[in-house]
Write a protein that binds this ligand. Structure first.
Ligand code: HEM
Length: 493
């Protein structure tokens, strides 16, 4: 047994926080070169053991819950925002039951209904938002500009509330709810992750907003209980569920799960569609290929389009590859963390100090898997820093090969189609995580992203003369830096 190498640092408590915070990819790659796939760095007094590559992902995400806890790693950030008694505020076996309840609200029947609703919201946004003023004139020769980060943040919350969140939330979006949302969101930052309780203004606002938002949902739930009307949304799905013990979810638990879903889906989805559009706009030829795909599948004889359907949307190879490739190059969650509850040996087949030695991650450390590093690994992916959706359609290509080893490694067949759900944990491609904490929102995210992108492709041409922007890693979820305005022109049809 020997010690895992510790990343050299000058500042005792702060450790490598600055290098990690500024650019985790660069930091991890330079550590990997010096120390290999397993090393420990100091992050504000915490000892974080990083496990890189597909085997590292497997080590962290496939670990037992008795050994690795997500609760201790995330609850400082999530409990003040989501509220008590849900997600990481409860033991994992309780949250696993709550995840099952959430799945009840994510049925194919609901997804089928959501497609039209999302299209309507996107079309209404183009028709009404000031950023699309040029579009609204109907002029198909003039170019306008929009900030994709802003536009897609709005479109994402509008479409999520129209579908999953329910009509009461959608109709409140133009009023009080948006302010509460933005105050709550202001408390969802890396600073909150590291220092849960500072006497800061944005923490105070976060706490007030959490209470008010919780009351807002509880009020909706009570009104629904009084009335006879039945809605097919997540609130009603959650209200109908019972724990194995026989007790139903309490009103505040439904409310807090709804807030958790809102927060979990908002930035991840909006940032993914933002990066997708930025990369698409930098390759106008590719946008045209996506447009042709729409024409091929949905074009009508009079040069118009018929409505998208959920089933057909799932089968569009280029659109699917666009989302998949965007999530490879820009996974919204670049670091997945767990707290180490007991000493955990690292399998020597993954990493060892010498032929006869072995590493043990000590209790009290954190472990970290980085989908970003494995999804950019040049040993796996050809030209990893290039955004190339076509890599997903080449059966002999690196992407297919990487996924093949994943399937073989786990001995189970995995369908990598649109929004596929896989259970294996040893893969270089894991934008939705893996194992017991795997994302429940993947199918919904694919549906939402696919519908938004397809609708935009049908309506506008895109360019970005300043090129694809750089990453800003200082936010919870990696954002594009400025300049990032996309130039657009209304299509003729
Ligand atoms: C978990 C990514 C959209 C709800 C996760 C995890 C990742 C992830 C990486 C695993 C975290 C961990 O293991 O620590 C994404 C991406 C999305 C997305 C890339 C969009 C592109 C959504 C949406 C929802 C959602 C739309 C809700 C409707 C959740 C929930 C968990 C989760 C509830 C469970 C956490 C757990 O079991 O610990 N997501 N997500 N996500 N996500 Fe998502």
């Amino acid at each position: 047994k020997s010690d895992i190498p510790v990343v050299f640092h000058w500042l005792p408590i702060i450790g490598s926080a600055i290098e990690y915070g500024n650019n985790p990819l660069k930091f991890f790659l330079s550590c990997q070169e010096k120390y290999g796939d397993v090393f420990t760095f100091v992050l504000f007094g915490r000892h974080v053991t990083v496990a890189l590559g597909a085997k590292g992902n497997n080590f962290v995400l496939g670990g037992k819950s008795t050994a690795f806890g997500a609760e201790e790693a995330y609850q400082h950030l999530t409990t003040p925002v989501f509220g008590k008694d849900v997600v990481y505020d409860v033991p994992n076996h309780v949250f696993m039951e709550q995840k099952k309840f959430i799945k009840v609200g994510l049925t194919t029947d609901n997804f089928r209904k959501y497609v039209d609703m999302i299209v309507e919201e996107v079309e209404a946004f183009l028709e009404n938002d000031p950023a699309f003023e040029v579009y609204q004139t109907g002029d198909t020769t003039k170019w306008g500009q929009f900030d994709p980060l802003e536009a897609l943040a709005d479109i994402t919350i509008l479409t999520a509330s129209r579908t999953l969140q329910g009509k009461e939330i959608r109709s409140s979006l133009d009023k009080s709810f948006s302010k509460l949302y933005s105050d709550l969101d202001g408390g969802f930052t890396p600073v909150n992750f590291l220092f849960p309780n500072l006497p800061l203004e944005n923490y105070r606002k976060r706490d007030v907003a959490q209470r008010k938002m919780s009351e807002f949902y509880v009020d909706i739930i009570r009104k629904r209980k009084e009335g006879k009307q039945h809605e097919d949304d997540m609130i009603s799905a959650l209200m109908s569920q019972e724990y194995r013990s026989g007790s139903p979810l309490r009103d505040h638990e439904v409310a807090h799960l709804m807030i958790a879903l809102l927060m979990a889906g908002q930035h991840t989805s909006s940032i993914t569609s933002t990066w997708a559009l930025l990369n698409m706009a930098a390759k106008p030829g590719f946008v045209e290929a996506l447009y042709k795909e729409q024409v091929q599948y949905f074009g009508t004889a009079d040069g118009k389009f018929r409505s998208l359907t959920y089933e057909e949307l799932r089968a569009l190879p280029l659109l699917d590859a666009t989302i998949r490739e965007t999530l490879r190059l820009h996974p919204p969650i670049h670091s997945i963390m767990r707290y180490v509850r007991e000493d955990v040996p690292i399998p020597p087949t993954f990493a060892a100090p010498s032929k006869d030695g072995s590493y043990v991650v000590p209790k009290g450390n954190y472990v970290l898997a980085s989908p970003l590093v494995s999804q950019m690994d040049p040993k796996v992916w050809k030209k990893p820093s290039e955004w190339d959706p076509y890599r997903w359609s080449d059966p002999e290509g690196a992407a297919a090969q990487a996924l093949k080893t994943y399937v073989d490694g786990n001995g189970e067949k995995i369908d990598f189609g649109f929004g596929a759900v896989s259970k294996g944990t040893e893969s270089p491609y894991q934008p939705f995580g893996a194992g017991r904490h795997r994302c429940v929102g993947e199918q919904f995210a694919y549906l939402q992203l696919g519908t938004i992108l397809a609708t935009l492709v049908r309506k506008i041409e895109m360019r970005i003369p300043t090129g694809v922007p750089e990453n800003n890693y200082h936010t919870m979820i990696t954002m594009p830096k400025n300049p990032r305005h996309i130039h657009y022109r209304r299509r003729v049809s």
